[in-house]
Design a protein around this ligand. Structure first.
Ligand code: MSP
Length: 644
């Protein structure tokens, strides 16, 4: 059976960041894994270039839209090429073939009676390129997804009969419990659909930067809705609407998306496919979001991580390893240099790198870099069994996209190798004139390393090639079949000395996340001894001290159901019991990212009730048009420390 793997296509309104790199790394690793197993695999990625958002970004940058899209799209492609992402096609929604495919799909849906013309009036969020009903808006105005202000739009529009597919979608979720992965995410989608689906406006007349209507439907003032255009890339990328050349890869085996765009992929996309009489993808797999040092990344905070910068400092393969090892698939992850460095030093350098160095060293010393596996079975049945158990367990993790478990298990192989060396101490055996036994242990570990390298290759392709080079074999489907599936031992190793693969990292190689950038102070000419403060609402210092401000440590944090804005926090103020504080910061911080972080709390506020929950304090934050940030002590202080 063939495999088809996709990433979302990235908006060209800004350069790639670490979140984009993460999706691409997972998809690339999955595609490489399938290729390693000999599956006929197609891997698609690309850029999403139409819509009002891109048009506005281009204007802000003072560039013609096409030129702007060309430049950013090229920057994504160049980055993936530099990172050796093994895609089979990089699609752009401004490609002529794609546009034709979209028009063809539109015609097919129209012919089926699934598209009709009407009027739309609603609140539109340009940033999310989505309409929201009034009931979903925050404070009657703001987008429930990104918090930005929405515009009221009334325009003629073509509609897709999404409502018609409500039952079919629910049936599909029920019969295919692994359609949405991780399964824990399925409920939010199912509830959304159960809440009732409204027909979807799929064209716009308010701007022109989009795929034109098909010639057969003579209605030039409309262009296609960007999500209809974008989602269809997954089939136009296979030749739909042109030559269908690669359509035999459809349906996709897995489509990776971030959790923020799950709804589009798990509701709209399958409905479009049903309308086109095409089968649905096997899995829509939604990953979590990355924060930096516990904070949401945003341009305005100046804490967005550029994957290029990290890769230049630490190596792209180390980054791939870190991101795929650090978070369970589906959960949010935090990028901190400390955690990254720890994994490089302990797992890559110590566990893997040192083991390889030891084998290179011992093989050179004991047998002039030539070892064979003839005696391995004689002395190491126990270790071989343990090794095979680990190897057999790996596939399930990868099929469930649990790369962190896959790598964790894979690392057991290095423990088996290290333990064998400690227990069998080849250097002692050499002294006792038991060279066969000593070399059997070296060969065992060389085999462990070789097999581990094969299985690690989808995640660290370049590094594992160097390991294979040192151990004198090649990583490909035939070595996978022979040494992993058929469990054969490698015969002869002509060990080659290679430089250490993972030099230890002693201190951060990149500047830390910048502290919030204050706006440059305006120059003020100041006369000595004369206060510039001339307001009529001044207070005495005593009045200030009526407010009890304290350092608090957030011990628990959870999202408040039905609220886009509120988080419920349990905060330690050094009082022996925790205070519950309900804070309107959910649009800016995830619950997980707040755990064990410090905040400044107004501790003597009268308790209030928010959405029926008691709130016993207020957390200090600063908010401007760029967003909100919490006020925190510059260095950690004890819970309850007074501020003043
Ligand atoms: N163009 C749409 C997707 C259309 S697919 C038919 C889009 N583009 S995006 O550039 O905004 O986002 C692309 C992907 O990056 C999404 O899956 C999104 O979840 C992911 N990420 C963006 N920021 C992220 C983090 N901070 N962390 C992890 N992934 C995040 O949406």
């Amino acid at each position: 059976m063939s495999k088809y793997i996709t990433t979302p296509i990235y908006y060209v309104n800004g350069e790639a960041h670490i979140g984009h790199a993460y999706t691409t790394f997972i998809a690339d690793s999955m595609a490489r894994y399938e290729k390693l197993k000999g599956e006929d695999t197609y891997f698609l990625t690309g850029t999403d270039e139409h819509g009002q958002k891109i048009e506005e970004s281009a204007q802000k940058n003072g560039k013609p839209t096409q030129q702007f899209a060309d430049e950013i799209s090229a920057s994504f492609k160049n980055l993936w090429d530099e990172f050796e992402i093994d895609y089979d096609k990089f699609i752009r929604t401004t490609d002529e073939d794609h546009k034709k495919g979209v028009q063809k799909a539109f015609e097919a849906m129209y012919a089926k009676g699934d598209i009709y013309k009407d009027f739309y009036e609603g609140h539109y969020c340009v940033s999310c390129e989505t309409f929201f009903p009034e009931t979903q808006l925050v404070d009657g105005e703001f987008c429930p997804d990104c918090g930005r202000s929405t515009n009221i739009i009334k325009e003629e529009s073509y509609f897709f009969r999404l409502s018609k597919y409500e039952d079919a979608l629910l049936k599909h979720y029920e019969e295919n419990s692994d359609f949405i992965m991780p399964r824990s995410r399925a409920n939010e989608v199912i509830n959304f659909v159960k809440g009732g689906l409204r027909d979807l406006s799929v064209t716009r007349t308010s701007f022109t930067w989009g795929v034109k209507m098909p010639n057969s439907i003579k209605d030039d003032k409309h262009v296609m809705y960007v999500w209809l255009d974008a989602l269809l890339n997954y089939i136009t990328g296979l030749g739909y609407g042109k030559d269908d050349k690669n359509m035999h890869f459809w349906p996709a085996s897995v489509q990776f998306v971030g959790k923020d765009i799950l709804r589009f992929h798990a509701i709209y996309w399958p409905a479009f496919l049903m309308s086109l009489d095409l089968p649905l993808p096997k899995h829509i797999a939604a990953h979590g979001w990355w924060t930096r040092d516990g904070e949401k990344m945003s341009k305005s905070k100046g804490n967005v991580i550029s994957p290029k910068q990290v890769a230049d400092a630490y190596g792209v393969e180390n980054l791939r390893y870190f991101m795929l090892r650090e978070v369970p698939f589906g959960q949010d992850g935090d990028f901190s240099q400390r955690a990254f460095i720890d994994r490089i030093n302990s797992e890559l350098s110590n566990d893997l790198g040192n083991l390889l160095n030891r084998i290179i060293g011992m093989s050179g010393k004991y047998s002039d870099f030539e070892i064979d596996s003839v005696d391995v079975l004689k002395y190491h049945v126990k270790e071989l069994e343990a090794m095979n158990t680990v190897l057999d367990s790996l596939d399930t993790y990868m099929q469930n996209f649990q790369t962190h478990r896959y790598l964790e298990e894979l690392w057991r192989l290095f423990s088996i190798g290290n333990k064998a060396i400690e227990e069998h101490a080849p250097w002692v055996k050499m002294k006792e004139n038991k060279k066969d036994e000593a070399l059997a242990t070296v060969a065992l570990v060389a085999n462990i390393l070789a097999k581990a390298a094969i299985m690690l290759s989808p995640i660290m392709p370049r590094t594992t090639n160097t390991i294979a080079d040192a151990l004198h074999f090649t990583i490909d489907n035939s070595s996978y079949t022979e040494f992993v599936q058929n469990k054969k031992l490698l015969k002869l190793f002509n060990i080659k000395v290679v430089p250490p693969l993972f030099p230890r990292v002693e201190e951060p190689l990149m500047p830390e996340a910048p502290a919030a950038q204050p706006n440059a102070p305006k120059e003020i000419a100041k006369e000595d001894n004369k206060s510039l403060v001339e307001q009529d609402n001044l207070i005495e210092i005593g009045q200030f001290f009526e407010t009890s401000l304290k350092i608090g440590v957030i011990i628990e944090a959870e999202e408040v159901e039905k609220s886009k804005k509120l988080l419920k926090l349990q905060v330690d103020l050094g009082e022996g019991k925790l205070r519950q504080i309900v804070a309107g910061i959910r649009e800016f911080y995830t619950a997980e990212s707040l755990l064990n972080t410090q905040v400044c709390v107004v501790a003597n506020l009268k308790p209030a009730k928010l959405m029926g929950m008691i709130s016993e304090g207020m957390i200090l934050a600063a908010k401007d048009e760029d967003g909100l940030c919490l006020i925190r002590p510059q260095i950690p202080k004890k819970a309850g420390t007074p501020i003043g």
